[in-house]
Design a protein around this ligand. Structure first.
Ligand code: 13P
Ligand code: SF4
Length: 376
């Protein structure tokens, strides 16, 4: 198998093939490659894509699956860029490589444009600058950097180098508790909402969580604000989850007696505070699975997941917590045409859209990811 795309099959013709044919061709490649191929799918993927995944999960589950990947040699990641990077880092750690006699697992992202707008809100240079600026006012030796898994690999590496760690929405509380055992303060990036909602639950108040704006001098903060801080939040957000508002919560409560509001912690604090339950993608799914028939829900998270829950649980009444449709446009870039194109290239001996994290960055990022995976 070649490792660099050499005369790959052209993507264009795939775009005019009907979904039924694409599905059949995807399955044919899965049959041909057998256990050498692992297709991972994030819960936000569209149904027609998720149907072809071997395993589906939220960010934490998918990173664990990548870390445990046994005899597979290719991971095709139906998700977004940072997830594929994480899979590459974890599937190709020294122990894994030794088990495979040095053979690497190639990670493929069917469409390289499938990024995460939140992850793009923190760039390594901005974070390094912020760290230096913070150092003018406080002792950064006592600050623990925590990056949400929705971030580029070089930010995970930054965290490892400065005694920090990665978190996902499923383990953010435990990670913050860990961080406060290592130091006095946390610099949390890139999602201010996950950082704030998690720290509020630990009793940290908003006046001790200033928001660092990377586009302003000294983050737009005063020395007093930084000195008084427990958590310095990064001014980043997910546009999908930030769209939910307290108005939506009120509207559903008014119109549907007894409805329960279930939201992802990437939603703003005002929504999170009004919700009955806030939790990661995994928690949202489990909560609905365990609920009694007839339970009414308004769910504030990505549209494809809410629609799937609706289909899987006709015994419950499930609504999307907004009258406006809002989905993750970058997750949606992974469609059957891109999936089929990347798989048929693979079957033809060409790896396209190979996610291959720089060796040094991967080594450091792995440390921050392992700290998280071993923390439980
Ligand atoms: P989870 O960690 O809940 O899978 O969320 C990932 C994500 O990108 C949410 O927007
Ligand atoms: Fe990124 Fe938001 Fe999409 Fe999740 S839903 S991948 S945080 S843009």
């Amino acid at each position: 198998m070649k490792t660099v795309s050499d005369q790959p099959l052209d993507l264009q013709p795939y775009k005019s093939v009907d979904n039924e044919t694409l599905s059949r061709r995807i399955e044919a490649v899965r049959q041909e490659l057998g256990s050498k191929l692992l297709i991972l799918g994030h819960h936000y993927q569209q149904d027609e894509v998720i149907e072809h995944s071997d395993l589906r999960g939220d960010s934490l589950q998918l990173s664990q699956m990548a870390a445990e990947s046994g005899d597979c040699r290719y991971i095709v990641f139906c998700g977004v860029h940072f997830m594929a990077e994480t899979a590459d880092i974890l599937a190709n750690g020294p122990e894994k490589l030794a088990e495979r006699g040095g053979e690497r697992v190639a990670v493929i992202l069917p469409d390289l444009a499938a990024g995460c707008s939140m992850a793009d809100m923190a760039a390594i240079q901005q974070v390094e600058d912020a760290w230096e600026d913070l150092g003018e006012w406080i002792d950064t030796e006592r600050v623990v950097p925590v990056t949400y898994i929705n971030s580029a690999a070089n930010l995970k590496a930054f965290c490892a180098k400065h005694g920090g760690i990665v978190c996902t929405s499923s383990n953010a509380s435990a990670v913050l508790e860990w961080a406060f055992r290592q130091g006095d303060r946390v610099l949390f990036f890139p999602d201010q909402h996950l950082g704030r909602n998690t720290a509020l639950k630990m009793g940290i108040t908003n006046d001790r969580m200033p928001v660092w704006n990377p586009h302003e001098e000294q983050g737009g903060l005063t020395e007093g604000q930084v000195r008084n801080s427990k958590v310095v939040l990064w001014q980043g957000h997910c546009s999908v989850h930030q769209m939910f508002s307290p108005e939506h919560v009120r509207m559903f409560r008014e119109q549907h007696e007894g409805i329960k509001i279930l939201v992802h912690p990437e939603c703003p604090q005002e929504v999170n505070d009004l919700a009955d339950i806030s939790g990661s993608t995994g928690k949202i799914i489990n909560t609905v699975r365990q609920a009694k028939p007839g339970t009414k829900w308004a769910i504030g998270t990505e549209l494809h997941l809410v629609n799937r829950l609706k289909k899987e649980h006709p015994e419950q009444e499930i609504h999307f917590l907004s009258p406006v449709v809002c989905m993750c446009a970058t997750m949606y870039r992974i469609d059957l045409a891109h999936l089929c194109w990347s798989l048929e290239n693979l079957a033809a001996g060409t790896i396209v859209n190979h996610i291959d994290v720089d060796a040094e960055v991967a080594e450091w990022s792995r440390i921050a990811l392992q700290r998280m995976l071993e923390m439980r």
